[in-house]
Design a protein around this ligand. Sequence first.
Ligand code: GUN
Ligand code: ZN
Length: 422
Amino acid sequence: MIRTYRAELLSVSHDSPDAVRHESDGLLAVEDGIVIARGAYADLADSFPEPEVLPGLVVPGFIDAHVHYPQTDSIASHGEQLLDWLDRHIFPAEKAFVDKAHADDVAPFFLDELLRNGTTSALVFPTVHEQSVDALFEAALSRNMRIISGKVLMDLGPDGLNDTVASGRAGTEALIRRWKRRGRLGYAVTPRFALASSDAQLADAGALLAEHPDVLMHTHLSENLHEIAAVATRFADSADYLDVYDRFGLVTARSVFAHGVHLSDRACRRLHQSGAGVAVCPSSNLFLGSGHFDFGQAQRHALRLGLGTDVGAGTTFSMLRTAGLAYQAALAREDRLDPFRALYLATAGSAALLHIEDRVGALEVGQEADFVVLDSAATSLMARRTVNADLATRLFTLQILGDERAIASTYVMGECAYKRTP
Ligand code: GUN
Ligand code: ZN
């Protein structure tokens, strides 16, 4: 069945953040969830049946490159930087996911919250418990969302939140087997971070990654200065934090590192050489007092970047707001992030980082038709700011003032999955 939509269309190419594609009066044709035509309405109108008119700016569905679903109910936990925040707020909350019924309660709410914010794909941390992944994947399957996740490996975690090298491997392999080629799901080998795993488990994570060529590796890197100092103490003979992962075979083109707020030039060179990339998480970095991502350094080293909310350290599920905070983080280090590049990070950049750029992220012919209808006049202030405004101003306003109120609707494979109530 073919569905056609008439709207203003905007996307940025996977190949280059500078390649902006914009049809002020565009037509999008979707067959069986796949984009089969996109272009100017005037050029395509004759070839397709009468389209549905979408009032707003249509962009590709957002791709959250780093978020923790079990931390949904721990958002806005007061008072500490990373390591104390984990101990005091996060680890106790994650222990509850031993109960599948609890995971089954949180996962659907989490995914609906993504859709309410225009996010259609995500790379997601669950907990150490195998059943936390099942709950997420079951809920993602029923919503037909493109979700990548994998059981957290943390054999040095606190009681009630740890595995062993053997159970970590067994759980990972069982989940890969159970969920392979189902819906739009993908798997990531997920060691929490260097401090939560023994050397033996980090080595086994590297082995799992090598044994499964179609999975990603997802972890945290160089987020917080106290964390980095603890890593340097434990791994005294490593050149830096990235080198710890490298020694265990975890730095590859399929590796996604969250944060990378404090990276040496050596680490950046190695990231570039390996093809690994970074999920930048500005809202989280501000909330936990971790620092500001260095966009200038990343650009000099041509790093592959995506954008993540990192909820529950992140304070919003909105990728619009996260893009606006990325702008502010860049400016804090005297770098400029233009609104089209910020859109790239939230869509095609994250897609490339997650190796799903052939499927989503740019709303090109042949891709899955995941898209969002944005309303740049969602509030009276936004309406005043964008009256007669050019495209860049409307997009920047959406990023600085917008949030879920600016999501008029979200489409998953061409079908409406969320519509804002008037
Ligand atoms: N490093 C290790 N675990 C976590 C986590 O849950 N959140 C963040 N922001 N950093 C981490
Ligand atoms: Zn995180």
